[in-house]
Design a protein around this ligand. Sequence first.
Ligand SMILES: [Zn+2]
Length: 1003
Amino acid sequence: MPDPHLHPQKHAARPDWNLIERKWRQVWDEQKTFESNLDSAKQKYLVTVAYPYPNSPQHIGHGRTYTLADVHARYKRMRGYNVLFPMGFHYTGTPILAMSRRLLSGDKDLYNAFRNVYGVPSEVIESFNEPVNIARFFHQEIKQGMKEMGFSIDWRREFTTIDEAFSKFISWQFNLLKRKGLIIQGSHPVGWCPRDQNPVSQHDTLGDIEPNFIEYTLIKFKLADTYVLPVATLRPETVYGVTNLWVNPHVRYVAARVDEGNNPMWIISRDAVMKLKHQGHKVDIDHEIDGMKLVGEYASNPITQNKLPIYPASFVDPKDGSGLVMSVPAHAPYDFQALLDFTNGNISKELHDYNVVKPITIIESEGYEGDNIVPSRIIIERLGVKDQHDPLLEKATAELYSHEFYKGRLKENTGKYAGMTVAEAKDLIRSELLQNGIGEILYEFVKKPVKCRCGEECVVKVLSDQWFLNYSDVQWKDLAHECITKMDIVPDEIRSEFNYVVDWLKERACARKSGLGTRLPWDQDWIIESLSDSAIYTAYYIISRYIHFNDDNYITAQNLSESFFNYVLLGEGSLKEVSEETKLSEELILNIRTEFMYFYPVDTRHSGRDLVPNHLTFFVFNHVAIFDRAYWPRQIVVNGSVLMDGKKMSKSFGNIIPLRQAVRDHSADSIRVALLSSAELLQDTDFSFEALRGIRSRLDDIYQMGIHLSNSNNNIQASLEQLYHGQSVTESEDKWLLSMIQRRIGDATELMDRLRVREVLHTILYSMEQDLQWYNKRVKSKDRTELLVNTILSMFLETRIKLLAPFAPFLASEVWNSILKETTEIRANLDWPSVSEENINSAAEESEDLIKNLIQDIQNILKVTRMKPSRVNIYTSAKWKWKVYQRILELIIVNRNSSLSDVMKALGDDSEISRARSDVKLIKKIMEDVLSIPAERRSLKLNIKFLNEPLTIEDAAPLISSELGNVNIEISVFSEDEENVKKNDPQSRARLSRPFKPALYLS
Ligand SMILES: [Zn+2]
């Protein structure tokens, strides 16, 4: 806590933040502080954040991404950029339709959440039977919440994605993509809700799960001539190593005719029948077959013709693949372990008279070579796997799979594939299987189950005649990679995830049969889906301002033609013709074009981590398809989500806190700080009210310090001017605090540039608090009351306020304008402070550190000895020791690994200090001292050369005694060089002193 003598009003009423916030919101509105226009004298900075989907009110969890974007915008504004931070609202898609339907069908949970958690009036909820009313209502709620949070948004550019003008923009974009051949019609798999009869994306699923799926190969093993047993695998090349099949004896399978012709019937689970039907196969069930009936039969391998026994296994899940599993014990640790357990009778005791098969090794790789090597066995033994339920098997599988994929070669027993790498052989074998009709393709979700918001379990469906964005296009992928490589990604560790998604993305269904949105311009039966219409809307912010209520430049959707967008966004076509066609003046069109060229590209795009595999990657793809390189986005910032007291926020946990309510109860600034101060960018942040209250009280203290300073003296402003213009100070603590202010500015700036906001806040709220406390102690112990003290404190507070301004804009504006600067001119934007080099004073920093360390050392002695001394003698080192110290410092700076013998040799070369060589213990100690200093501080110490320790300690003597809890302790300082030191050194301590490490005697 700050020193109480600075806070005479500490017990006065706490600041009324609601009042202060209202005042500043009004000032910002009146001064149009956040309205950004083209200003060619200033560098622009376009900050965007994924716009909200207004199907429910915002809770605290939604606040993090927007707050971070706002902090970024405010910081750049303080750094002198012309920042544009716009916002829109995303109405398109099916979620609000689903929500309206749930309310109509009498969903009590949803009703109660709206009514009781968010306080939506019941007559408003009744109006939600019309879906768009939901969006309209929560749009206004969210917008108001954003204002109350202090987000510095240019509201003139606001739009919704069902605005007619926006639809024109989307039609233009889709026509363009189609002309470029990037929108195709065809048969491709999609995530699908069987009830809604619509494709699903992350937006449409419960828990916002991305419905990713992967492609398996179904290999058809023969059972006599009448049946096949299809088995799904991700490693078709291991068909050569299959030893047996697994079947679940408790499952009732079916025999079915699949597709046309007189093919043998397939034996599969009922779940597999559904999957196959959705994926374009015709399936007629003929009869049922008990799993138990299959046990003991022999299948044959369609490639090697090996006979394969069918073993029972309860781990076979009828929902996975076909409901049957092939066993490749040599290369699949799970299979090996299952066979082992099977042999040991752990699984099916009644069956252990079966002859257990021998693993067939088909891949050789480094570390797994030799005649009788079984790779699975080696890795299982190495990891110490216990049985088939051991989670270590997961690790064994992943490790062996990737090792063999990258380093493995196929062995002689794979015929024509022998000698190939696994990576090469895999695709060839897969193609061979598919061509010969031995293999089929089966898609499965990566994570199951995927549920639609309507509650239905989703499936992978192969859609025909569907419109797709062709994200499989190789050239398109190359451009996306190029963009990602050039762009700044914060934090950088997520870059590889973007590249992975680009590689992995396939054709994506971009239109639906239902929902709100823009119709496909060439096929009016289809509505463009909600993530596909949200990829380049950041460009529309430039246009949307002109569609708003601007008297002179009023544009309606009717004015907007394809040629308008081509001219304004791509610079194509003739101004004159566009003007004639749109009935808009040439001047207006040119202005919009110029403004686009000024504000674009997007300088930073903020979003939650869950949007990496979809929105953020589409954002990159569509930009590179449509715009020239000069307009490609420059940065993406990704953040984690918000937990509440360690738990995910959800209605079922009852831990949802509406954002607007939280602002009213706790102040916008403390919520902003709390959302950003407890976690690194990618981590989930844990929100707790305890932490929030702690932050609130720190912010209150800063406010109170301002009140106190403004009450304390009328002349601070004048005095502060002098200080800013280089007035020199003499007291050590003054020099120190001025120097520390520069260090904190330097640190905070460097951290802000990398958006390491947690550390910035730590610097401002905690490190600076410690600086303040130390300064106050020093000043108090010297009974200093002059104007300069408050002036320096004002400078400290000003700096702190400015550093805090992006995070706590209400506090910063209030303290700056109303308390520190008693002027009538209101400044809505402060400047970010810059480091004043002349105030950096390494010697003062070392001096104060010396005192802090000294107090700590004495306190440690008192703790251990339980002494209650009446005097403390402090011995500082002789001059020659400083020279030795400097020499060693030099040596270690030049060569970090200087050895004792190097040091001894170097000291011998210098007659002034060569005598030090007789005291090896001292040399070793000094070397340790130097090595324990962080490398970046060593050269600072070198520059100081010599610290007048006696003077420094005497200056702080009153503080030292008071910190020791007894102001009557007599503190005496002796230099080792002094004549009379011997008389005052009963235990010959002085000779133990080292630079920055005085010796002590307590009695
Ligand atoms: Zn559904």
